[in-house]
Design a protein around this ligand. Sequence first.
Ligand code: SF4
Length: 173
Amino acid sequence: MAVESQAQPGGGAPAYSLTTFESLLAWGRKYSLYPFTFATACCGIEVMAVLGTHYDASRFGAEVVRFSPRQADVLLVAGTINYKMAPVLKRIYQQMLEPKWVVSMGACACSGGFYNNYSVLQGIDQILPVDVYIPGCPPTPESVIDAIVNLQKLIETGAPRAAERWAAEGRTV
Ligand code: SF4
């Protein structure tokens, strides 16, 4: 958060601090992510590890997983998405709160992985605006945490969300 402080003449705590409302809001959002995990395959197991005590996503303010998309602002897609499942995933995204972000976890979600066949979507970014990609099969818990931290940086800096870039291009979900 961008903060300007004015020190007291005799030292000690700053007499006052200045920031902007947008900076304060971004700082709060950054540390209060509400993920909705859409796990369809083995990558989901790694998500469970991230949320457990060993890797402890709560250190990053992202441990309160919601089971309703209406209470979530981060869609974490972990696993293979086939064409039959795609409309369900889109519907879940549409039900989520604004502003919202999408994280694509693992080779399957990012590109279809090794399921290059008639039934599997070759990357969820064909149907959803993806903000952060996590490579790997499966990605390690550390790389999922890295994605959370990268998402926090995007939020803090006010970088345009993928959904905003889609909107600018006239694309809709
Ligand atoms: S990327 Fe690998 S680990 Fe993840 S869902 Fe696909 S096959 Fe499973």
